[in-house]
Design a protein around this ligand. Structure first.
Ligand SMILES: *Cc1c(COP(=O)(O)O)cnc(C)c1O
Ligand code: SF4
Length: 346
């Protein structure tokens, strides 16, 4: 397991003031004991499991996310996403470390080419939150820390790829790095004439809504590239008023907002929750985009929702919601040039 250093956010001390997102990120809860205390959960019942999971994939939860979890409620759907359990240590046949075989798609350090028209640029290995179900929980992020020459190599590789019209900033969580660095990427990428869009997949607008700051909006507004932000929200309780405010600011800056969820046992594996999520997203200016079938990553089998259950959930959404509020049910399969739709069998 690669340990991620909490200070790897390339923030300089002068960036940090007491209310900044950098400070909230640096103050994240990162130990089992502190997490249980914050959440009012009994150490007798939860500590040994939390420690076992924490050794496999360290705990990281910022305060604004913790604030949305109901104290003392072990079944809270947001808690499920961040509390390590003893189950993570169990081996299960078919659950593997790299379910999407991304190691094989690495084009040059920092750049993954698994889609024809889009390239994935790993700008950081850092995440603002460590989600227990993450399919990249075993990913060798350290191979993706870019030196200046690797950065140049990435830009040269893209310049020689006229079929790529969209760069997806990925990670880790790309918004875990500072805006100076992101603005520089946006600037350099905009010099490539074939590029039309820059896309960001992030949980930060939800996890630390303060991340949607003036500096971020400044470079997003300034670039000639269209900016698409795909937030990763799994449950309507993740959308509090601060998150809605952050999303409204992005929308006002002309950013296209989409959401991607993962179907997760005990979090959103019922149609009422998913319907409420779609409605809440739309109220915040976000369109549901994908509902991901669960990737069989080792250590997360307790989140598994079968394809048949996921189909049934989406069929129910189709009956209840307008088409634009029904996410596409997909699976990512190694070696495919795009996501594979899962047939609903109507
Ligand atoms: C699926 C996915 C992509 C690419 O998505 P498309 O919309 O199918 O191009 C990029 N990043 C992440 C994290 C994804 O899950
Ligand atoms: S934010 Fe995304 S990449 Fe990071 S741990 Fe969570 S699911 Fe994984």
């Amino acid at each position: 397991m690669i340990q991620r250093t909490p200070t790897a956010i390339e923030a300089r001390p002068q960036d940090i003031d007491s209310h900044s997102w950098q400070q909230l990120l640096a103050d994240s809860v990162t130990t089992p004991e502190a997490l249980l205390q914050e959440l009012g959960l009994s150490p007798q019942r939860w500590l040994s499991g939390a420690q076992a999971g924490h050794r496999l994939f360290p705990i990281r939860v910022p305060q604004p996310y913790l604030d949305r979890i109901e104290r003392g409620n072990a079944a809270d759907p947001l808690l499920r996403q961040i509390l390590p359990l003893q189950d993570e240590a169990a081996e299960r046949a078919g659950y593997v470390r790299d379910p999407l075989a991304e190691r094989e798609a690495t084009a040059s350090p920092g750049l993954i080419r698994k889609y024809r028209s889009r390239a994935l640029l790993m700008v950081t290995g850092q995440c603002a939150i460590n989600c227990r179900y993450c399919f990249r929980r075993h990913f060798p992020y350290d191979e993706h820390r870019l030196s200046p020459s690797e950065r140049t190599a990435v830009l040269n590789t893209l310049a020689a790829a006229p079929e790529v019209n969209e760069v997806i900033l990925s990670g880790g969580d790309p918004l875990a790095v500072n805006d100076r660095l992101l603005a520089r990427w946006a600037h350099d990428l905009a010099t490539l004439p074939q590029l039309r869009r820059i896309r960001i997949h992030s949980r930060l607008p939800v996890v630390i809504p303060q991340r949607i700051c003036d500096e971020l909006l400044a470079w997003m507004t300034a670039t000639r590239l269209q900016v698409v932000l795909v937030v990763h929200i799994n449950h309507p309780n993740e959308l509090d008023s601060q998150t809605r405010h952050a999303l409204n600011r992005l929308k006002a800056a002309g950013v296209t907002l989409l959401n991607q969820s993962v179907a997760l046992r005990g979090v959103n594996d019922d149609a009422d929750t998913l319907a409420a999520l779609s409605e809440a997203l739309f109220e915040s200016g976000v369109l549901p985009y994908y509902l991901h079938a669960f990737d069989p990553v080792a250590g997360a089998h307790h989140f598994d929702v079968s394809d048949d259950e996921a189909r049934q959930l989406v069929r129910t959404l189709v009956e209840r919601l307008p088409g634009f509020l029904v996410p596409k049910l997909v699976r990512e399969q190694p070696g495919r040039a795009g996501k594979t739709p899962i047939d609903l069998h109507f």
